[in-house]
Ligand binder design. Structure first.
Ligand code: HEM
Length: 225
């Protein structure tokens, strides 16, 4: 009985950490989208913003290491809990009529993996500059790294656009379910606020995806050049 309780507690603790780390990552994605919207204000705004972030190497690396640790915990726990759920039900159902929770968690696993592939590509592409390195060393008139031209050049390529749009689909699906579920896991439930809390995921997901898609399509359609 004591062991069963300890096992249950450990599982709840892991879910809490997953919820907290997930909300942290969602916060980053929101802030990143808002920062990137400066593309619409032109090269000076986006390049100065990028330079401002890079001009504080200690803060930048602290945030990077923090983000990476949060992501490692989040993904590691997701895999662990996923495997534990599978072990708890070793025999597949003969009739594949999944419950609502099961469909949501399956979607979360697929969208989570799609997101991971997207972020890997994105980091090699725009941060490390390994994919398409042509714009890595280019500076603007003020001597800042020309992140604006790099982004504009990137989204003029239809393959890159398709990949980024697919990434946004993964991101939207993941946020759609994750935010309300994290809030619920952390115990924030209120009869009068439940509908509002449930709507938070879809609303935040939609805002982030629309912001990112606006950037991608504005460049691809030549509105921003
Ligand atoms: C249209 C969508 C996006 C655009 C235009 C964009 C743009 C950029 C750019 C230009 C950088 C490099 C900044 C620099 O070198 O100074 C960057 C870095 C990064 N992006 Fe994005 N991004 C987008 C979406 C996303 C999404 C959806 C995620 C996560 C799910 C993400 C995660 C990251 C991370 C983790 C970094 C590394 C930050 C660092 O330098 O440490 N980005 N992004």
């Amino acid at each position: 009985m004591v062991r069963l309780f300890a096992h249950f507690q450990a599982s709840v603790g892991k879910k809490m950490i997953m919820a907290l780390t997930g909300l942290g990552l969602a916060g980053f994605v929101m802030a990143h989208m808002l920062g990137n919207l400066q593309l619409f204000e032109g090269p000076h705004a986006l390049n100065s913003y990028a330079a401002f972030l890079r001009d504080m190497p200690i803060v930048l690396w602290a945030v990077r290491i923090g983000l990476l640790s949060i992501a490692v915990f989040h993904i590691g726990l997701a895999l662990q809990l996923g495997m534990r759920n599978r072990r708890a039900r070793p025999v597949e159902y003969t009739v594949h009529r999944y419950r609502q929770a099961s469909i949501a968690s399956r979607t979360m696993a697929i969208s989570g993996m799609a997101l991971l592939v997207f972020v890997g590509f994105h980091l090699l592409h725009l941060t490390a500059g390994v994919i398409d390195p042509g714009f890595n060393d280019r500076l603007d008139a003020e001597g800042h790294r020309d992140v604006y031209s790099k982004v504009v050049h990137a989204f003029q390529n239809p393959f890159v656009v398709l990949l980024y749009l697919a990434g946004q689909l993964g991101l939207g699906l993941h946020l759609n379910h994750a935010i309300a579920s994290s809030i619920q896991t952390m115990g924030f439930e209120h009869a009068g606020l439940n509908r509002l809390l449930k709507a938070l995921g879809p609303v935040i997901g939609l805002i982030v995806v629309l912001g990112n898609v606006a950037i991608i399509l504005a460049v691809f359609l030549g509105i921003v050049r």
